[in-house]
Design a protein around this ligand. Structure first.
Ligand SMILES: Nc1nc2c(ncn2[C@@H]2O[C@H](COP(=O)(O)OP(=O)(O)OP(=O)(O)O)[C@@H](O)[C@H]2O)c(=O)[nH]1
Ligand SMILES: [Mg+2]
Length: 373
């Protein structure tokens, strides 16, 4: 590596070093030889070439410091949210740093949402939620970095809004910020290889990455904050592998009488405690198995399925009902709502005053919101 210049990894933004192979930002000398335009740390090299993730974690950055250092001048903010894990996508701590700038919201991962839903419905949902959070936004574009969906629309909106300024891509971890930048660059510059490292698990981008966009402005990729009260902060990779949807989610409706339960894998449980027969529609990754049973037998069966591994996924920390937190709720009267287990699933139901209860892992929030769909 050249001396006197702080080199950073183009894949994740960490400062590079070639002395300690066990430490963050290690780059073998051969990768850092003269003539190479972009330097990748060993972790990014492995992720990009073999999709391999090391078990050891990189130190998570101090987001407040990153944003207060980064967003000092006027810029265009592209705030990326995940249409599936939406509750984990709105990061309250971010608002003070971005609020004086124009904000374009990109609602990503359209491909995993059911095809039958109208994009406009999703846009309205996202609009309403940002309004509720008190964040003024210019527009919402529904996109898929995977399917190259509405990427041209994002580029057009960027052109219209950026006014010669730089662009910061912000948002929670794993919403697809780096993936979007890679497809935006492909479309704008016709570059064909992925440069910024992406991975299914939170904490991929570690520091702000600067990419020249044109001769006037730059685009900045930033590390995403991990929502503390979601499954992303609680489950390890072996569980997240199942819970993060990779393909279109297929809603499953159960017509339940009260005193019936649905297991959401071995990692959550929904109990219909009291009320008239109701249709409950479950939205979760297709790799999360749903299992119906009677409430009075639910504790014993739940424990048995978990211990025998006959339900997927299971988590080593969740062995039986005693390891979960119970959230009891009275549903509203005559109103459609979603019951959300943050980052894992949501259950859509017409409320008629039913009494329900959700067993969720400790630390994962369970909330009721206006319906997404
Ligand atoms: N299904 C689907 N997956 C996507 C899409 N965009 C990104 N992903 C996946 O989501 C995961 C996270 O993507 P990243 O681009 O690394 O997310 P990030 O927001 O940069 O994450 P951090 O760097 O941790 O903040 C990866 O597995 C991507 O392949 C999309 O449009 N659809
Ligand atoms: Mg990233």
């Amino acid at each position: 590596m050249e001396k006197n210049r702080v080199q950073t990894c183009f894949g994740c933004g960490v400062p590079l070093q070639n002395e300690n192979p066990g430490a963050t930002g290690y780059v073998p000398k051969m990768l850092g030889e003269k003539g190479q335009e972009h330097y990748l740390c060993q972790r990014c090299y492995r992720l990009q070439h073999y999709g391999e993730t090391r078990e050891e974690e990189v130190a998570l950055p101090d987001y407040k410091e990153i944003f207060s250092n980064a967003i000092k001048k006027k810029c265009l903010i592209i705030y990326v949210v995940d249409l599936f894990a939406f509750e984990c996508s709105i990061i309250k701590d971010l608002s003070p740093f971005i609020k004086d700038n124009p904000i374009l919201v990109v609602a990503n991962k359209r491909d995993i949402m059911p095809k039958a839903i109208d994009d406009d419905k999703l846009r309205q949902f996202v609009y309403a939620r940002f309004k509720l959070e008190g964040i003024d936004i210019e527009d919402v574009i529904v996109s898929s970095a995977y399917k190259n969906y509405n990427i041209e629309e994002i580029i057009e909106a960027m052109k219209a809004l950026k006014n010669g300024k730089d662009i910061y891509i912000v948002g929670a971890s794993s919403v697809g910020k780096s993936s979007l930048i890679n497809v935006l660059l492909k479309n704008i510059k016709n570059e064909t290889r992925d440069l910024i490292t992406t991975s299914p698990y939170p904490g991929t981008t570690v520091a702000t990455i600067t990419i020249p966009l044109d001769n006037k402005s730059k685009i900045y990729d930033t590390p995403g904050m991990i929502s503390r009260d979601s499954v992303f902060a609680v489950f390890d990779k072996s569980v997240l592998k199942y819970t993060i949807p990779r393909t279109e989610i297929k809603p499953i409706t159960f017509q339940l009488n009260d005193k019936q339960s649905i297991f959401i894998g071995g990692v959550s449980r929904f109990d219909f405690v009291e009320g008239k027969k109701t249709g409950f529609t479950f939205y979760a990754s297709s790799n999360v198995e749903l299992h119906r049973t009677k409430l009075d037998k639910a504790d014993a069966i739940f424990e048995k399925l978990i211990s025998t591994g006959k339900i997927k996924p299971v988590s080593a920390a969740l062995k039986g009902p005693q390891d979960f937190v119970r959230h009891e709720m009275n549903l509203p009267n005559d109103k459609k709502v979603d019951i959300v287990i943050s980052g894992l699933a949501w259950i859509s139901v017409k409320g008629t005053g039913q009494k329900v209860s959700v067993l969720a892992p400790a630390g994962v929030s369970v909330t009721i919101r206006d319906p997404k769909i």
